[in-house]
Design a protein around this ligand. Structure first.
Ligand code: CMC
Length: 428
């Protein structure tokens, strides 16, 4: 294989180096293209553009492979815990027992958030979407830890921000829910593990103990692991881009939360349930909605279907579909939405439109059904995604900083008016 690509522009040849990743992924390095030729590349939606070299997550969309730091997602979902996966993503290796204990305990002692945050929370109306609250409150952490704004912090100082974020996001997330239902917030219980503590903060009432169900705790662990990273997706690229301007980790993650909120990205899990509910309310005719999704004059899309990179199957969806069956059976939940989801999936998978476009169920198609069975309200689904994605955002931000990446700043091809003179108001 040649170690360069030749680009011929206006009869002149330019040689661009080829970069090959450890999984044999190939790229043309065009770092010097504009300086040498005056040309840029145009790639809307960055469908063919690698924004970075990264050693965190490997994803092969054609083969349906997803690995964190080399470990297959199937093995991690089966055998690991969310906190261990978070350590793996952030620090690059599976922890020893001692490393895991230290990480876990450091997180536990930072789970409280400053009481003044409650005043900010109180200012939100109960109609506020929890994702908006989450993004705002995570950004507000910079006010309580202003030293985090210093881009030249030491490794230990940055690590403290990482620990604080891992510790406080579940507290803030649960509080955003409590706020939405007008209930008093619950304080963290540090004797509990990460997932159990989150469930306690979400569901405990001041008057009674919340009884943890091991099926629920284990399902939550699995869901968070499956969402923990997904290389350069929309929210992660946002986190890296914002961080590349030397913004703090808190502000970068806050921006990532806003990106995740969109229904084409993390917001799809909420949109899937709303869609399944709408199909049920309409009489349950999935074929009618398949037809709507295919109709180019109809804005309706089959939420939870299709993916920018998976063109065969989403390995996370395979694991989640099985987990949904297990969790619903274990909890004795009979959700008619699951039947509609299965019908819809079967109909879409055999329909030529979906086959031709390689549209398969993605991670969000079944995750909402499990969240619902766990008692999580629909508008908290995307918050759950954020909780899971947090270690990935942190790992990617940290890698971007450690690799000393330049500020992200795409170019454009200008298509507006050429220079023209200002016209006074009375002459327009
Ligand atoms: N329903 C109907 N048609 C679809 C769908 C869908 N869900 N997704 C894609 N298509 C069609 C699209 O209309 C286009 O058709 P044509 O070639 O005739 O114009 C073709 O498939 C390619 O779609 P695209 O929009 O160019 O693909 P993309 O890579 O830009 O978008 C996507 C990927 C995930 C945004 C899109 O598939 C979608 O909107 N899916 C529904 C939302 C969803 O489930 N998002 C969650 C993604 S998984 C969680 C995460 O990691 O973010």
């Amino acid at each position: 294989m040649s170690d360069f690509a030749e680009i011929i522009l206006e009869g002149k040849s330019y040689k661009m180096p080829i970069v090959v990743g450890t999984e044999n992924e190939k790229a043309i390095d065009i770092n010097n293209l504009r300086a040498e030729s005056g040309y840029i590349t145009l790639d809307s939606g960055y469908k063919n553009t690698g924004a970075t070299e990264s050693a965190i997550t490997f994803l092969d969309g054609e083969e349906g492979i997803l690995r964190y730091r080399g470990y297959p997602i199937e093995q991690l979902a089966e055998k690991s815990s969310f906190i261990e996966v978070a350590y793996l993503l952030i620090y690059g290796a599976l922890p020893t027992q001692q490393e895991l204990d230290v990480f876990t305990n450091e997180i536990k002692i930072h789970t409280l958030v400053n009481e003044d945050m409650r005043k900010i929370l109180d200012g939100f109306p109960s109609t506020a979407h929890p994702m908006g609250i989450l993004s705002a409150l995570i950004s507000s952490l910079t006010a309580f830890y202003p030293e985090s704004l210093n881009p030249n912090q030491s490794k230990d100082e940055v690590n403290l921000t990482i620990i604080r974020l891992m510790a406080k996001l579940p507290t803030i997330a649960a509080w955003s829910y409590k706020n939405s239902i007008g209930h008093p917030v619950n304080y963290p219980k540090n004797k509990l593990d990460y997932c159990s503590n989150f469930l306690h903060m979400m569901f405990a009432y001041p008057t009674e103990e919340y009884e943890l169900n091991p099926v629920v705790v284990s399902a939550l662990n699995k869901l968070l692991i499956l969402h923990a990273d997904h290389e350069q997706n929309c929210s992660t690229s946002t986190v890296r881009l914002v961080g590349s301007a030397n913004a703090s980790l808190y502000s970068s993650v806050s921006a990532g939360i806003s990106a995740l909120w969109g229904p084409l990205h993390g917001g799809a899990n909420q949109a899937v349930i709303e869609m399944l509910e709408a199909i049920k309310a309409d009489g349950g005719d999935s074929k009618k909605f398949i037809a709507k999704a295919k109709d180019k004059d109809d804005p309706f899309r089959l939420m939870g279907f299709g993916h920018r990179v998976y063109k065969n199957f989403d390995p996370r969806a395979t694991i989640i579909k099985k987990a949904a069956d297990e969790v619903l059976t274990a909890l004795g939940v009979n959700d008619p939405i699951l039947d509609i989801a299965k019908e819809l999936e079967e109909a879409a998978l055999t329909d030529q439109y979906f086959v031709d476009r390689k549209l398969y169920p993605n991670v969000d198609f079944y995750s909402g059904i499990i969240y619902r069975a766990l008692g999580i309200p629909t508008d908290m689904f995307t918050v759950m995604f954020a909780l899971g994605r947090l270690p990935g955002w942190i790992a990617q931000w940290k890698e971007m900083r450690e690799q000393k990446e330049p500020i992200g700043r795409p170019r454009q091809v200008y298509t507006g008016d050429t220079e023209r003179n200002y016209v006074p108001m009375n002459e327009r």
